[in-house]
Design a binder for this molecule. Structure first.
Ligand SMILES: [Zn+2]
Ligand SMILES: [Zn+2]
Length: 366
């Protein structure tokens, strides 16, 4: 029963219609399916993961707060989910993925987030966090010390530099970062969300598949995270190593836990074997995609060639989904995002992937 419930895929573009009854325990919501070019129908890249009353946001592109405002989140979550916002995860620091972050940081504080914003991202994230606090310094002083007297902690960020491995885990969800290939932007990450059954769950649920993930237990480092390591990585002198567990988080999760649903978010990447490993058997793969002819039309040959080298075409994304054996492929970061192109994306991806495919639109839920 429960399994059937969580595997039920809810598709639809209506932004304001969560079922009136009991809210689902877990939902993944496309907040923004666009890319750098402004488009009122497609906010910048951002995805919400709602688990009970915890809200996780992966990337925070242009318009993320307005899209959050369109969600019928539990009332206890406050405005734009401010009191439920458990963490923000960045895949990489391209501006289309971070342009909405200042708004998310400050608006969630103004409307109820009393604790620091838990902020996960690659190298450079710490500097971005410091810059945000500086950018809003005068507003923070006013709202904290003069007018609303808001809690000081909410005006800060708690930075977690991401490496490949388990970055977050609680009783309901585990978040695993994995390296993708968006070079020369590196490191860049995708995220895998494994949702757990309650401990009292039916024994027939599938076993936690974490042992199938390509971790090497006990390795102390991971993908390159500073300039020196990045140079070594580029030159081939260093192969990325895999980490099972954030050293700050301690022990890896108990193997006895049961996963009832897995959702994988690609971030920006060219076709990545490492993504295929980490997405193996996922229920939902949310993956970027583009049409090559669009770059040929709107960009110079040199720029078009560069863009094609670090993104994934409609054909390639079908191949990736087939290789990973996922159940549902959702395209996001769709370039271009016009309705006429939707059919082309589907036709090309379907040549390779026989499962269900959806071209993502803002506020679709899975
Ligand atoms: Zn992007
Ligand atoms: Zn990018």
């Amino acid at each position: 029963m429960r399994r059937a419930f969580v595997f039920a895929v809810m598709l639809g573009v209506c932004p304001l219609s969560l079922p009136a009854a009991e809210p689902p325990e877990m939902q993944v919501i496309l907040l923004g399916t666009g890319y750098p070019r402004p488009d009122p129908e497609h906010a910048g890249p951002a995805t919400a993961v709602l688990v009970g009353e915890k809200l996780f946001v992966v990337d925070a592109g242009r318009g993320v707060v307005l899209r959050l405002a369109a969600l019928d989140l539990p009332p206890s979550c406050g405005v734009v989910g401010s009191r439920c916002l458990a963490a923000v995860f960045l895949t990489h620091l391209h501006s289309d993925h971070t342009a909405g972050l200042p708004d998310l940081f400050t608006t969630s504080w103004i409307f109820g987030r009393a604790a620091p914003l838990e902020f996960y991202g690659p190298a450079g994230t710490r500097e971005m966090a410091a810059a945000l606090e500086k950018y809003f310094a005068e507003d923070i002083r006013i709202r904290r010390d003069l007018t609303e007297m808001l809690p000081a902690a909410g005006a800060t960020l708690n930075v977690h530099q991401v490496v490949q491995g388990v970055m977050y885990e609680d009783e309901a969800v585990r978040v695993t970062a994995f390296a993708v290939d968006h070079r020369p932007v590196e490191p860049a990450f995708g995220y895998r969300f494994d949702f757990f059954a309650p401990s009292s769950a039916d024994e027939s649920y599938p076993q936690d598949s974490s042992s199938a993930l390509p971790f090497r237990q006990g390795t102390a480092s991971a993908v390159p995270n500073d300039d020196k390591e990045r140079r070594a990585f580029r030159s081939g002198a260093q192969t990325p190593r895999f980490l099972r567990g954030d050293p700050e988080l301690g022990q890896p999760p108990s193997p006895a836990r049961r996963i009832v649903k897995t959702v994988v978010i690609s971030g920006d990447t060219r076709p990545s074997d490492n993504l295929i490993k980490f997405a193996r058997g996922a229920d939902v793969l949310i993956h970027e995609a583009y049409l090559p002819e669009h770059f040929d039309d709107v960009d110079s040959p040199a720029v078009a060639a560069r863009l094609k080298r670090y993104h994934t075409s409609a054909d390639e994304v079908g191949q990736v989904a087939a290789a990973a054996g996922v159940k549902l492929l959702v395209l996001t970061h769709v370039i271009p995002g016009d309705p006429e192109s939707e059919k082309i994306f589907l036709e090309r991806a379907r040549k390779h992937f026989k499962g269900e495919i959806v071209v993502g639109k803002d506020l679709m839920r899975f």
